[in-house]
Design a binder for this molecule. Structure first.
Ligand code: SF4
Ligand code: SF4
Length: 309
């Protein structure tokens, strides 16, 4: 076995040991196919007020501009599919990824451990860890690395476990063996397009971010436009509709990361509890949670938008 094969196997088995669902590797190079797609999406203003999407256009498409002498992009998936859901079927809904501790912390920690392992086992390797934070097109890299295909709802899908997982990357200056993409298995299905409450999937594989409930409930700083009243299907933070209806998600299996378990009271809260939520309850229920991003005022705005006339 040559050293490239050995290092590749060694990294993949450590990723498994650390709890990642899967690990795929691509050569760090310019994302040629993505470039025109990203440019068109930005030109059509589908990023709404997410100004940060416009930044670092070159870096987004070329990892060698992010990490000096980078050779490989290691993509990793971490399952967050919960075993339990919110109890009150009338309560405003929270996207499943936000149930537990903020994934940025959980994943960063695992990525650091993986990088440390690589340095220990292989030697002087330079690299950087990315979790939804820097300008990396994580779905494109994961697809290029054979971890799944990008579905018509623009999520990464796998035949084995659907799409409820986080995607993260290590970009390192070590040559490794590279994986190849898998086939698209969306076929003639249009379930996600048909079910999207705001018709944000404007054509297969294109989500207009500026029409997506996740954007309105998490990214938008101002008031939610009244024209969207009664269209949010009771989502107060994020939206899982296009994943919930995806037939591949019947293969989702519960995660085994204790930090992703929600505080019990979060699942217990009734519609009335949410409507009456105070800053104090918010701080308790969402301590260390990604929901803190909207702050109390943002979540309250979303809840009021759902239930007030
Ligand atoms: S997350 Fe919700 S609003 Fe956004 S595209 Fe999917 S179904 Fe539509
Ligand atoms: S719902 Fe159907 S079309 Fe949409 S991503 Fe899933 S398989 Fe593809």
């Amino acid at each position: 076995m040559n050293s490239k094969t050995k290092y590749t196997q060694c990294i993949k088995s450590e990723a498994k040991r650390l709890g990642f669902l899967s690990c795929g590797i691509s050569k760090a190079e310019f994302l040629e196919q993505e470039a025109p797609r990203l440019e068109k999406w930005l030109n059509q203003n589908m990023h709404g007020e997410m100004q940060y999407m416009e930044n670092h256009f070159d870096k987004r498409l070329d990892p060698t501009k992010l990490v000096d002498d980078s050779k490989s992009v290691i993509s990793l998936l971490l399952n967050y599919f919960p075993s339990e859901k919110q109890k009150d079927s009338e309560a405003p809904k929270l996207s499943k990824y936000a149930y537990g501790t903020d994934y940025h912390f959980v994943i960063k920690d695992k990525l650091k451990q993986l990088l440390h392992f690589i340095e220990e086992e292989i030697g002087d390797v330079q690299g950087r860890a990315f979790v939804d934070s820097a300008p990396v097109l994580d779905k494109a890299w994961a697809a290029k690395s054979g971890l799944g295909w990008i579905g018509k709802n623009s999520n990464l899908l796998t035949q084995q476990v659907g799409s409820f997982y986080f995607i993260a990357e290590l970009i390192i200056d070590l040559d490794l063996e590279y994986d190849t993409p898998v086939t698209d298995h969306c076929g003639t299905c249009t379930a996600c397009i048909d079910a999207c409450p705001t018709q944000a999937i404007v054509e297969p594989y294109v989500v207009d971010g500026s029409k997506c409930i996740s954007y309105f409930t998490i990214e938008l700083k101002e008031e939610i436009p009244n024209s969207y009243k009664n269209q949010f299907d009771d989502w107060m933070f994020g939206c899982d509709v296009c994943q919930d209806v995806c037939p591949w998600n019947r293969f989702s299996k519960p995660h085994n990361e204790p930090l992703f378990n929600p505080k019990p009271e979060l699942l217990e809260m009734s519609k009335k509890d949410w409507q009456e939520i105070t800053q104090e309850v918010f701080s308790k229920v969402f301590q260390k949670s990604a929901v803190k991003r909207t702050k109390f005022s943002g979540l309250k705005r979303n809840i009021d938008f759902l239930f007030e006339d």
